[in-house]
Design a protein around this ligand. Structure first.
Ligand SMILES: [Zn+2]
Length: 392
């Protein structure tokens, strides 16, 4: 064990796995993050950290844990969510088990492993605050797995923050870019008629075939837009629904579409572009349709020159883990901090996204220990960065 770390981060993680924190969106009977937040609050207070509760939803509060060293001009935020997805088909999701270097249990990798390592870092600096030239905030948030309402509420506080780390499984890779997303539905509107006199109606399903054909064709130009860390954007039609009976010309057909964005693409602009192109193509065919927006989510695009990224690379180099800057295909809280508040943000944590949400969720215990050391080193590097570096 690292001599800097007094208590075992794996034991802390085991305690947190044993406390259920399923997002009620997946299981309405769940008590949400409350029990876990009580455990963390008591633990942090006992170790001299200041803890505030920020109400987000009934009985579901963010925890804002702070360590002030008198350097608000250099404030570093750590953020990890407390909620998990449902237990799914996991046997004994709340029983942490150590098997061949892995720790199994719901939330082990998404994202209690990161949260445990961040707590360890905060507790370390609560004991060793001298020489620290940065103020630290750890936000243990609610509702990431459903609608990001915990983070959005935290952002409402508008705290001055100069760098941020979001804890999600990256296999200890320094993620500075990830994809965003635009989701919408398209409904074609036809005219119902009995199938014995189909010429009296207009089939919304046959009109939808043309929409699908258009979307399929439009995919080819996405392949040429390649981001060096995230690859190409993508478009998926996830559901289709239409018609009532075999003998009725259908008057409605609806599809749901998921368009993944690469850094540099703005959700609102892409949505507008899609609307314009559809209008141009379908208007000409006389098809009546409606488009409804479901979700706009930004991509993460943090500058490699920012202090948080440079500090992360120095910390990784010191610990002899990879200093390579990476991209991810999934979305996270990080893009909201970076795109909406201009906070240079990285994603970094133990475990692989492959195990997140799966019935076989586990995390490498070695990676959890490395992550705790990394966060401790990262604070050091960030805290000792030159003032000018903050304007990079
Ligand atoms: Zn997560």
């Amino acid at each position: 064990m690292n001599p800097l770390i007094k208590e075992d981060v794996i034991e802390l993680l085991e305690s947190m796995i044993a406390i259920p924190s399923v997002n009620p969106a997946y299981d309405p009977g769940s008590g949400g993050e409350q029990l876990l937040s009580e455990y963390i609050e008591q633990r942090c207070k006992a170790r001299g950290l200041s803890v505030e509760r920020q109400p987000v939803l009934p009985g579901r509060d963010n925890l804002i844990i702070r360590l002030n060293s008198g350097h608000p001009e250099r404030t570093l935020l750590f953020e990890a969510h407390m909620d998990t997805v449902s237990f799914g088909g996991m046997s004994e999701p709340l029983l942490p088990r150590r098997i061949n270097g892995r720790l199994y249990g719901r939330g082990a990798c998404d994202t209690k492993g990161s949260l445990a390592a961040m707590l360890q870092m905060m507790e370390h600096y609560a004991r060793n605050a001298e020489g620290l030239n940065a103020d630290l905030i750890l936000c243990a948030s609610v509702d990431e797995e459903h609608a990001y309402r915990g983070l959005l509420q935290f952002m409402e506080l508008g705290l001055p923050i100069h760098g941020a780390v979001v804890g999600e499984p990256t296999n200890l890779g320094i993620v500075i870019a990830h994809k965003g997303c635009v989701r919408f539905e398209i409904e074609t509107i036809g005219k119902a008629a009995h199938s014995s006199v189909p010429h009296e109606g207009r089939s919304a399903i046959m009109d939808m075939v043309k929409v699908l054909h258009y979307l399929e064709q439009s995919k080819s130009c996405l392949e040429n837009k390649i981001h060096p860390l995230c690859g190409a954007p993508s478009l998926t039609v996830g559901t289709i629904r239409g018609g009532q009976e075999i003998n009725i010309v259908p008057d409605s057909c609806t599809i749901k579409v998921d368009r993944r964005l690469i850094p540099g693409e703005q959700p609102a602009e892409i949505m507008q572009e899609l609307q314009n192109n559809l209008q141009e193509y379908l208007g000409g065919l006389g098809i009546e349709y409606a488009v409804r927006e479901l979700l706009l989510d930004e991509a993460l695009d943090t500058s490699p020159a920012s202090t948080i990224v440079r500090s992360a690379q120095k910390a990784a180099s010191q610990l002899q883990i990879s200093t390579k800057l990476c991209g991810a295909a999934y979305g996270s809280d990080a893009s909201k901090l970076q795109q909406r508040q201009g906070i240079p943000t990285i994603v970094f944590g133990p475990g692989s996204i492959q195990q997140a949400h799966s019935d076989e969720e586990w995390v490498s215990m070695e990676e959890v220990r490395h992550a705790a050391r990394f966060y401790i080193e990262l604070v050091q590097k960030f805290s000792s960065a030159d003032k000018e570096e903050f304007h990079a």
